[in-house]
Structures are given as structure tokens and as C-alpha cells.
Design a protein around this ligand. Sequence first.
Ligand code: ZN
Length: 234
Amino acid sequence: MKILIYNEGVHDKEDWVKKVYPKGIHGALAEALSGHDVTVTTLDDAEEVVTEERLENTDVMLWWGHCAHDKVSDRVARCVADAVRRGMGIIFLHSAHLSKPFRLLMGTSCTLKWRDDDRERLWVAAPSHPIAAGLPEHFELAHEEMYGEFFDIPHPDETVFIGWFAGGEVFRSGVTFTRGAGHIFYFQPGHESFPTYYDVNIVRVIRNAVAWAAPIRRTGPLVCPNTAALEERK
Ligand code: ZN
């Protein structure tokens, strides 16, 4: 599968993230997706890499961003959202809930509650969903950023994971949507200072999600054509 990983790559240049992700968050995600044809882009080159043509030849995109959402151009954000509507799959990770393309596709504020460093237990809420394949009924992350409800998203197609935090909050941690012909998965774990993307269960979720999000049908331009009748009308 052809995969494009966008990681803004800003925190990754600092020592406190380098010691957890020496090859960047994008490096860890690329390793998690070994066996696929993976391309990586960061904020530094996204303007050149994220083009309509490239996305037409991408099966699934992953998006990680946090502190530089506003540095992503509106052109890139629209290009990604349109590619999803036309059939490209996408996985939004962690703080990508406030990324431009996610908000464009959701149409809501996508705000939530947060707090640094808590223990999280993720519950599989849709055991027969392909993204949950091979996972135990629940699993834990010793350190993860707390994201709590209310999460201002539209009603998801499916809630695959519910996160519970030791501080008492709960969160719809893994949710799916369809927009046009495209599959969207939002997955909450993945704070930059914790080794979340090395966790065996998290890697399994990401690999499952990529398989699930793969395009089934790619559609043409998003237009409203005046169309001829299929039958002769009397
Ligand atoms: Zn975070």
C-alpha cells in the first residue's frame, strides 16, 4: 500500500522528543508500517510534497501535528480533505484533532479537555471491527496525555476504542467516519514525549487502521454535473 505520513516535525527537533523518538515521530510511524511503500513529509516540505497528484497516488495518509497547525497552508488542508472525499483513507493521530484537514472534514470545533501524563486504559468498544482485530479486550499505556470529553466531533460512524484515564475522565479514543468515498480514523494516543508508537498494541491498531482505511473506490472531481436521464421519459 502507498502511504504518506505527515508529521509536522517541530517538537522532533528538540532533545526532549529526540530522546524518545530519535528518528522523529514520523520515523517511528514509518517503522510501524514496515512492508508498505511509505513516504514521509514534514512541515518543512509539505507544500511541495502534498499535491493533488501525489494524493491521487496515495492509498492512506497519516497526520500528526500539534504546535504548527496554523503553519499548514489552506491549500494543503483543502487538497487533503478533497482527496479523502474522493476516496483516500486518512488516520488522524493524537493532537491532529485540531489540524486544519480534520476540522475541515468534521465541520465542528474538535475541542476537548487535556492534561499532561496520566495512565490510560483503552477499551475495545467494537470487538468485531477490523481496526480492533487481534487486540485484547483492553490494554494500558503507563504514560499518555489525558484527552477527555466533551470531544466536539460529529457523531462517529463507529466508536472502536474508549479511553479511560486514571484521573477519572473518559474519551472516545478511536472513532471512524466516512466523508464522500473516504475512510477516516481518529486515534487519540501518541503524545510526543511518551513512547506510545513503540507499543505493540498501538502498532497493531495503526496497521489495522491502514488496512481498513484503504480506498475501495476513487471518485472523480467533486462537482455537481447536470446529468442525462438513463431512461427515455414520456
Ligand atoms: Zn500531546
